[in-house]
Design a protein around this ligand. Structure first.
Ligand code: ACO
Ligand code: KIV
Length: 519
């Protein structure tokens, strides 16, 4: 009795980051980098690591040899055209491997045979058979690929596949080399092939999909649903032109939707994010923030309704756990779309407990004001927001209603400030040496009892040009000192807040000393 290799419930993960991934223009890797990535893939329990194309260059030969030496728990594979010299070189490079696979290929589509190889179909068939037999002299683990199978005439593809299996191929790879196929059609091709080729059950049917139409993962998954039991893929979807199917997306789709797929992989998914980072740093190819699974936003929630849902029950907006793929946790990113629940929860996490609804509302209103002007709100911003909104709730005399500053090259800066004092709006205007000086002078025209400004300093709370500036001032009156703090993404407004904070302290000190005091 024979076991049908393609009805197995194990999906073999074949990673080609080191071979097809390196074919991304600009993604070359050194031998040491390839070994580092190879070891990471081994730890991730990738089944087959395609380490390179040994005939391509002495460097590629040495890299395949080094990976074959370093990696023991995954099968190491080398690529070879259907030429004796290529296969011999691959066999030589794989000698140190515990279990080495030679992957030999030849194109089978009409356009590739006629225009590129300039060979007749029967000669291609004969060369495929010869190559597989030659590879079997080095290893009993031989993969054959019918390059551009996605555009190959079906009957001819069946003939080549059957002959390659008869010649000793243990894996048959069906590449969509130019990313031309669409999911239902590619899945159908795999199913029909398995049905039509009489010895298909003697080999594992594999797919290798390119992403020219953004369908590499979908095509791979569709083929798995139709019997493929090996997928070829790369970390971060790296690869020739638009890349290959991405390993992380395939593995997590199979795992997350086990209700749909009748197979599983052996991958330790907690290595996915570390592997993605390693490949990105080695190649210099950044991972787009919204990339599935490994993008920095893949488990980040920015909008209030989602954040509220996730805080109440993670599954409301997450179909996977961030920790399962190697992130430390999911992220609630505070920004202009966040709501009260997310703000309150983050404040509590950083140790700020707001006493009541009024305090939360005051902090929330200040938070929205800052968030409208700043991309992301950090914990440092929250600390400033909470302390200022708290101060605003305490009874104070002077409140900034608005400020306007005109600062132009060659002109003296002018400021107009409107303050609310004990419920009445009062306007002051003045010129100054700079914008901050003009605002302070305008405030002084309103607040007579302003003491002497002794200190003014500015710090950036976080980094970036949209960071909040934090201003500290100190004023002195009759030997007593009053400090004020203020923060805002606009440094002039932060300055006004801090000055008013100090003036409020001075005013409250004065009113305690002289209860009848007025402006
Ligand atoms: C679909 C894929 O991703 S396949 C892998 C692609 N990767 C690479 O090509 C990277 C490594 N390649 C290389 O370094 C070089 O192309 C080499 C060393 C392999 C070959 O270099 P050269 O001998 O100078 O040949 P060149 O690259 O110019 O042309 C390729 C030759 O291989 C032939 N060829 C292509 N595929 C195959 C094949 N599967 N079997 C046999 N011959 C093939 C072409 O017809 C062409 O032959 P020709 O020179 O008689 O016209
Ligand atoms: C060598 C084969 C598998 C290939 O890379 C392709 O067809 O894209």
């Amino acid at each position: 009795m024979t076991t049908n290799t393609n009805s197995n419930d194990r999906l073999i993960v074949f990673d080609t980051t080191l071979r097809d991934g390196e074919q991304s223009p600009g993604a070359s890797m050194t031998l040491e980098e390839k070994v580092r990535i190879g070891k990471m893939l081994e730890q991730m329990r990738v089944d087959v690591i395609e380490a390179g194309f040994p005939i391509a260059s002495p460097g590629d030969f040495e890299s395949v040899k080094a990976v074959a030496t370093a990696v023991k728990d995954s099968t190491v594979c080398g690529l070879a055209r259907s030429l004796d010299a290529d296969i011999e070189r691959a066999g030589e490079a794989l000698k140190p491997a515990n279990s080495g696979r030679i992957h030999t290929f030849i194109a089978t589509s009409p356009i590739h045979m006629k225009e590129k190889l300039r060979m007749q179909p029967d000669d291609v068939l004969a060369q495929a058979i010869r190559a597989v037999k030659k590879a079997r002299q080095y290893t009993d683990n031989v993969e054959f690929s019918a390059e551009d199978a996605g555009r190959t005439e079906f009957d001819f593809l069946c003939r080549v596949v059957e002959a390659a299996i008869d010649a000793g191929a243990t894996t048959i790879n069906i590449p969509d080399t130019v990313g031309y196929n669409i999911p239902h059609q590619f899945g159908d091709l795999i199913r029909r092939l398995i049905e039509a080729v009489p010895n298909a059950d003697k080999a594992v049917i594999s797919v290798h999909c390119h992403n020219d139409l953004g369908l590499a993962v979908s095509n791979s998954l569709s083929s798995v649903l139709n019997g493929a039991r090996q997928v070829e893929c790369t970390i971060n979807g790296l690869g020739e032109r638009a890349g290959n199917a991405s390993l992380e997306e395939i593995v997590m789709a199979i795992r997350t939707r086990h209700d749909v797929f009748d197979c599983h992989t052996n991958i330790d998914t907690s290595f996915i994010v570390p592997a993605s980072r390693l490949v990105s740093s080695v190649t210099g190819f950044p991972v787009q923030p919204n990339k599935a699974i490994v993008g920095k936003n893949a488990f980040a929630h920015e909008s209030g309704i989602h954040q509220d849902g996730v805080l109440k029950s993670r599954e409301t907006y997450e179909i996977m756990r961030a920790q399962d793929v190697g992130w430390s946790d999911n992220k609630i990113v505070l920004g202009k779309h966040s709501g009260r629940n997310a703000l309150k929860s983050r404040l509590e996490e950083i140790g700020i407990i707001l006493d009541n609804e009024e305090a939360l509302n005051a902090a929330f209103s200040r938070f929205k004001d800052v968030a409208d002007r700043k991309h992301e709100i950090f914990d440092e911003d929250l600390i400033a927001i909470a302390s200022e909104s708290q101060a605003a709730l305490e009874h104070t005399r002077y409140h900034l209603v608005s400020s306007f500053v005109c600062s132009e090259t060659g002109e003296t800066p002018r400021a107009k400030v409107v303050l609310n004092i004990d419920g009445k709006e009062v306007t002051g205007e003045a010129e100054g040496g700079g914008s901050v000086d003009a605002v302070f002078s305008a405030i002084k025209t309103i607040v007579e009892d302003h003491g002497t400004l002794e200190l003014y300093s500015v710090n950036s709370i976080t980094s970036g040009t949209d960071a909040q500036g934090e201003v500290t001032v100190r004023i002195e009156k009759a030997g007593r000192q009053f400090y004020g703090n203020g923060s805002d993404p606009d440094i002039v407004i932060a300055s006004a807040y801090s000055y008013l904070d100090a003036l409020n302290k001075l005013a409250s000190d004065e009113s305690r000393a002289h209860p009848q005091h007025s402006v």
